[in-house]
Design a binder for this molecule. Sequence first.
Ligand code: ATP
Ligand code: MG
Ligand code: MG
Ligand code: MG
Length: 439
Amino acid sequence: MRLSRYFMPILRDAPKEAEIVSHRLMLRAGMIRQEAAGIYAWLPLGLKVLNNICHVIREEQDRAGAIELMMPTIQLADLWRESGRYDAYGKEMLRIKDRHDREMLYGPTNEEMITEIFRSSVRSYKDLPKNLYHIQWKFRDEVRPRFGVMRSREFLMKDAYSFDLDKEAARTSYNRMFTAYLRTFARLGLKAIPMAADTGPIGGDLSHEFIILAKTGESAVFCHEDYLSFDTPGLDVDFDDAAGLQAIVDKWTSLYAATEEMHDEAKFAETPEASRLSARGIEVGHIFYFGTKYSEPMGAKVTGPDGKDVPVHMGSYGIGPSRLAAAIIEAGHDDAGIIWPDTVAPFKVGLVNLKPGDSNCDAACEDLYAKLKGQGIDVLYDDTDDRAGAKFATMDLIGLPWRLVVGPKGLANGVVELKRRGPGAPEQLSVDAALNALT
Ligand code: ATP
Ligand code: MG
Ligand code: MG
Ligand code: MG
């Protein structure tokens, strides 16, 4: 992409309304724009990041055996009356009437709808287990939308729903998602810690929030610091091996970790004091086993091996890709701007032409641009006639992993300058060596 033709409305000054660094940087980098309180447009650079996050999430959901579908954003109120949640949900639900006066709503979550889809066609335990997911916009009329896309009213969610014959099988489905989440967050460059979460009126111990530690996090969290150095499950995880999955979950729940609602001082005191972390955290994912809470009232039953009909055991598994875009910035930035992990960076390379109009610089840049693109590398080519300082500031702000600078002096000596975003120093290399380093 040539910067001269792109749409990336950079702000030089920090917008006053932004209280936390990710919100400030997303606005300054031209990633998002607020269209109403808690409702954002994703501008091209932001959308690329969001899509990259979703790509990683999809790969790990698919790897774990979940199947993607797509449910609508608008739902019928009557569906929610079947579970009893239409009245219970309260003011966070955006309620709408259509022209025939039918009560509708903008989905805040999809348990009811997926249960309806499941019960319409699945009849036998032989069709289980099933895990269906989608990545779809949700609306929750948050009392205090704030921090940009971190807590917005309209936000993207990956929500998966599992169906099993009994609790034991449902536990394996839960463990699959638990493991997939560990892999997903690690690939996004994050250290997410699964923390015991409140299961509300349903009870049981099968609910975890995946939390990223950050000063600006909205929840108080308490955990053993060793979680920060645990290895994440590798590519060789066997998602059909129930015992193997249980071992992963056992390890990742072996030490203390709880959010404020579940915190138990006495238990926490059993962790050696030097290893106790009391911190702030951001909830980026939440997984939940809720048994027959929806299948029972909504009649989602299968025939078991003994010929009897039983309601299926369900779980739901959420991740917030739009919140993650902000959380990744909270975890990776410096004074100059964002530092993207390779997996989500909007472009891999920022190619800077220090002297557009200079035929040597132009020719070298065009050549590099074509060769990098030819290798399938996404490049943002700054071909504008801004000052060098402004170009560097923009590249640092938008946080691409690599900056490749081409200038007349360097070219006269046969070199270009390659720099990894972050604290390291730039390197002078021949054009071929730079290409080699990037491909
Ligand atoms: P929170 O405690 O932050 O309000 P929640 O517990 O209500 O979140 P869940 O119902 O567990 O959220 O939804 C699953 C995921 O969706 C969350 O873990 C989070 O990543 C994301 N999410 C929820 N609410 C928002 C929001 N208002 N803005 C952005 N992402 C959100
Ligand atoms: Mg909430
Ligand atoms: Mg929560
Ligand atoms: Mg939650």
